[in-house]
Design a protein around this ligand. Structure first.
Ligand SMILES: *Cc1c(COP(=O)(O)O)cnc(C)c1O
Length: 404
């Protein structure tokens, strides 16, 4: 087992030599206030604890309005929302779905669930997200040769950074390719300039998928949301998520469905969290700005900040110095662990994962570089400036020792 797979959402690190005199600073834990407790208590007391109940619908409606989508369907996870997206698009078995090489497996597992083939696309260094220029060039090449195009393109807004997909969406529109945006990490992220100015990530493709997993910006304990402007797709997604049970007729199921419903208790928690979204975002922006300032004059590379892209800095991550590589990254990870600080390497690219290593791919060098050098640092809502200073000092101390 590698250290990466040993990591917990608290942001672990082998802590054998950890100092016990310091309180532990977790990587990313949720912020639960009286507002969340009141709504969850109400859901439990109402007796509607399962997947029927008023909070599910209220969560869906509030969410749709928040991100500016016509329809929202609550699901049991972000992965389920992505799976439902492919299912309602009727992606045929054997079809191809383009997905970034550098992403969490929640993006790629649903491709396998529908029997499709992933095409792994490298990232661009500027956004860490899928490289649209490289992809479009390859797609144009295929068109010239008369080769088939993918059935779906699945951009991912990595770590709350809106992907650069303006030209890609245009290409997909004019070539009949569906776009499923994996916005699991980018709730609240928007574009403020260009083709999508004023729009939320997850709402510019055919379907968008969000996650309310425990470590995401807003949590429902676990959950997801599918959004679309297409009423038919939304209706079918809801239907498939509820075992394809035909309403008002005794146990008639007109196709193979899934039990992907969100519970009313989870919806109550998710609703309370998205009502606090501005506050949750503002805190991440504060933490991001402090890390940026602290590492500005060092060789540590901070998360992208690009004009016109309003990122949410979910799971704040840095890249260790160019050329330093995985050994440096792992040593820093251990150093932070010993200081009772939770941190975690970024995702191993899909082309290095056993289920996906034989997949077709376009590049992969940038994805490998981000993986090799990437480390996520503490960024919980409740992280105090003093605790963040402890993290910063520990990183700087290690970096100056390493470069001495
Ligand atoms: C978290 C995540 C998912 C899956 O969400 P779950 O709710 O955990 O199933 C999918 N894609 C990406 C990029 C994620 O970070």
């Amino acid at each position: 087992m590698s250290q990466v797979s040993d990591s917990s959402s608290w942001g672990n690190a082998p802590r054998a030599e950890a100092r016990s005199d310091l309180p532990f600073i977790p990587l990313a834990v949720p912020s639960i206030t009286d507002r969340e407790i009141a709504k969850v208590t109400d859901a439990v007391k109402s007796g509607f604890v399962s997947s029927v109940g008023p909070y599910v619908e209220e969560f869906e409606n509030t969410f749709a309005e928040l991100v500016g989508a016509k329809h929202a369907v609550a699901c049991s996870s972000g992965t389920a929302a992505i799976h439902l997206a492919f299912a309602v698009l009727d992606v045929p078995r054997g079809a191809e779905i383009a997905v970034p090489d550098f992403t969490f497996v929640g993006s790629s597992n649903p491709i396998a669930y529908v029997g499709a083939k992933p095409w792994l696309i490298d990232s661009e260094s500027e956004t860490w997200c899928l490289d649209q220029d490289r992809l479009i060039e390859a797609l144009e090449d295929r068109k010239r040769r008369g080769d088939a195009l993918p059935a779906v393109i699945e951009p991912v807004h990595i770590l709350g950074q809106p992907a650069r997909i303006d030209r890609l969406i245009e290409f997909c529109r004019s070539n009949g390719i569906a776009v499923v945006e994996d916005a699991a990490e980018s709730l609240g992220a928007t574009w403020s300039d260009g083709a999508f100015a004023g729009r939320h990530t997850g709402t510019v493709g055919t379907i968008g998928a969000f996650s309310f997993n425990g470590n995401k910006l807003a949590t429902a304990g676990g959950g997801g949301m599918l959004v679309t402007d297409d009423a038919e797709l939304a209706k079918r997604a809801k239907h498939l998520s509820t075992q394809a049970k035909v309403p008002d007729i005794g146990y008639l199921h007109d196709e193979v469905g899934y039990n992907y419903r969100l519970t009313n208790i989870a919806a109550a928690l998710g609703l309370a969290q998205i009502e606090r979204l501005d506050e949750l975002k503002a805190r991440r922006a504060h933490v991001a700005a402090r890390y940026e300032a602290a590492f500005a004059d060092t060789d540590i590379v901070t998360q992208p900040r690009i004009e016109g892209f309003d990122a949410t800095y979910w799971l704040y991550s840095v890249l260790v110095p160019k050329g330093a590589g995985a050994e440096y990254r792992d040593a820093l990870w251990k150093h932070l662990g010993a200081q009772q600080i939770g941190s975690r390497p970024l995702w191993r690219p899909l082309h290095l994962q056993p289920p996906w290593q034989a997949s077709d791919r376009l590049g992969g060098e940038v994805a490998e570089d981000i993986f090799t050098r990437g480390l996520s640092l503490p960024c919980s809502f409740d992280l105090t400036d003093a605790d963040q200073d402890r993290v910063i000092e520990a990183v700087l101390e290690f970096d100056s020792a390493a470069s001495a």
